[in-house]
Design a protein around this ligand. Sequence first.
Ligand code: F55
Length: 798
Amino acid sequence: MFKTKEEFKYEFSKRIIEQYGRTVEESHITEKMMILESMVRDYASVNWAMTKMQVRNNHQKQVHYFSMEFLIGRLLVNNMMNLGIYDIAKEGLADYDINIHELEELESDAGLGNGGLGRLAACFMDSLASLSYPAFGHTIRYEYGFFEQKIEDGYQIELPDQWLRLGNIWEVRKPKHACEVKFWGRVEWDGQKQKWRHVNAECIRAVPYDVPIVGNNTTVTNTLRLWKPEPSDHFPKGKNFRLYLQEVNDICQNLYPDDSTPAGKFLRLKQQYFFVAAGLNSIVRAHLRIYPDLSNFHEKNVIQLNDTHPVLVIPELMRILIDDYNYEWDDAWHIVTNTCAYTNHTILAEALEKWPIDMMQNLLPRVYQIVDEIHKRFNGYVKMQTNNDERILNRVMILKDGQVYMAHMAIAGSFSVNGVALLHSNILKDREMKDFSDIFPGKFNNKTNGITHRRWLVYSNPELTELLKNTIGKEWIAHPERLSDLRRYIDDSILQNKFLNVKYQRKIDLANYIKEHNGIEVDVNSIFDIQVKRLHAYKRQLLNVMHIIYLYQRMKQDPSFRIYPHTYIFGAKAAPSYYFAKKVIKLINSVADVVNNDPDTNKYLKVVFIANYGVTIAEHIIPAADVSEQISLAGKEASGTSNMKFMMNGAITLGTLDGANVEIAERVGDKNAVIFGLKVDEINRIKDSHSYHAWDYYNNDMRIRKVVDSLTDGSWGQSREEFRLIFDELMGHNDEYLLLADFDSYVKAQERINDLYQNKELWAHMCLRNIAESGYFSSDRTIEEYVQDIWHLERVKK
Ligand code: F55
């Protein structure tokens, strides 16, 4: 493998000639990019093979992270940086007159996820490898990732995300690890063998495509296994071949673009079982290559269930143990419940997965039988634990109202249940899932989320990284908690100025991006106030827009009222069938059109909606933020993770006491975050007493009335009906997420930002304090906690 620039250049040109029969100069830019990728992949593959061998030979325990989503983004730069070969490659390419950044831009952004949950899985894989822990990820190899968003006439348009257009150099097809997954059919009792048989099933072959997950500054390279469905050799007799092929392909066509409600679709259940069954099959086979049986399965494997989506692991592993390996129920249950751990990411009732019983029974007849048995035995256990309390039993049952409650099965079948931030974990334990935590004391725990500081600071913000290195050295890169070394310097005025200058540079970059993509000129000296995340009512992008409308109306009405120049920036994808969310996008764009083109105000106020928000775009946006909008209704955002990325890049959180904002505010202190809004207990009181009346706020606060009225009086250049849905949500449905109740407090918080920003020294001090306290939010810390409390892994041994 190349160690020097010259070796790199030799290898690069040799491969181009061998592969394409041309010189470097003659080759096409995509060819150059693909050759570079293949060199990095091959560079990584030595470590990859070694890691697998070491884990096997040392009989090490592994974690298997099962997730329907891994939002990994681009890998080229990340892998080169983690391998420490970026500079060699960059300089070698420069000698050929190739700008490495141009190659980087050609890689597609692997968007195999919706939002926070999928991105968390990707950050965890990076931290696991970088901390040298043995880990596998399992998911589906979607043909099309999360849709590409375009904005036309202010509306969201969805286009297919063809991430595999140029092929995917990182993946390696592993047909030898393929297996069969069975759907449909029925179960029959085999009297001779004394067990159930699944007959007349439709088989689909599952073939793994393995992607190396390269650790930073370690030889450990783990695997992300993408499962692809293919036609089985056991073609179902009498079935129409084309129909069958269609069914096979359907499984991996699309990622469900829904972060709010489990699309009650058959196909989604099929997807879930498909990758769960395939993943388990490969783990069991790997285990049996080393050990004589499965009785120590849970000592060598731990399976983390990323939300309820992969919870079929529980009955499927029971099925394998009982049907395929002749374990008794109790022994199998012991293994399963010592293998599985479950992470909850939401308490929104509409997001808790339930599957109609008949659907599961038809599609997965044997698995359903096992679910039914788990349900019966769990009922028995609950009765025993609660002195036959029928009310509790009714609340915790796995099967009820004709549905399978996946979260209930997850809790019953796992040894650990965790939330993703302190507040969220407490709400789970003390409120939403209190019955379960009474039944299983000790099972519930918290693991506050984190983000990989490598991607989200070191690689995406090299300017800030350089400044940090020059100030506190580079220990923090391997030990992010050492960002606290910065505490001593936050009042150093030279550092403060350098920081403000780095921020300024990044704002220029983003301003150029906006100019190029939106055609809008923004003032780089204005406050960049940014809200980027999935569009959802509870995240309250609408509150942000309402405040912008209020500022605009007030500046129009009162020429003596002017704000410090602000650029409000949004990025958000709405689920295609989520009409309200799509209307909010349209509203943002309509308000932007009016406000940006009004010469009375546009020196002070600009609004920008950046299309197609995803990992790659986030890497440009986040380093440029002054203000991080984290304004969900308290109690609704389980954690949030963009809040951490912004903090680490020196932005000030403008947020409610929700999710991980609580922990951010606690760490930086009151003075270094701008917190507003109702708190969880206040909201609970309001909701429990039914005492909230949106119309009271409308009638009593002229600012609110004017903002709300503007939705239906044509102010935003549209018909009066265009935003009726939004008006109705607020005034007709009594403002479920209490925007009007938090409006006044939000206005005041924005005013605080406005004042604070004008004191440059104070502002820089606040930003630096945020960076200094952000080490805790590295996913390295989160992973260490999972390892200590749940997974009990050892680092890969040589
Ligand atoms: C995707 C599909 C379904 Cl069916 C349901 C939810 C999702 C999804 O994307 N959820 C999600 O992203 N949840 C988020 O998880 C983050 C990581 O824990 C949290 O930070 C965030 O608060 C939570 O909303």
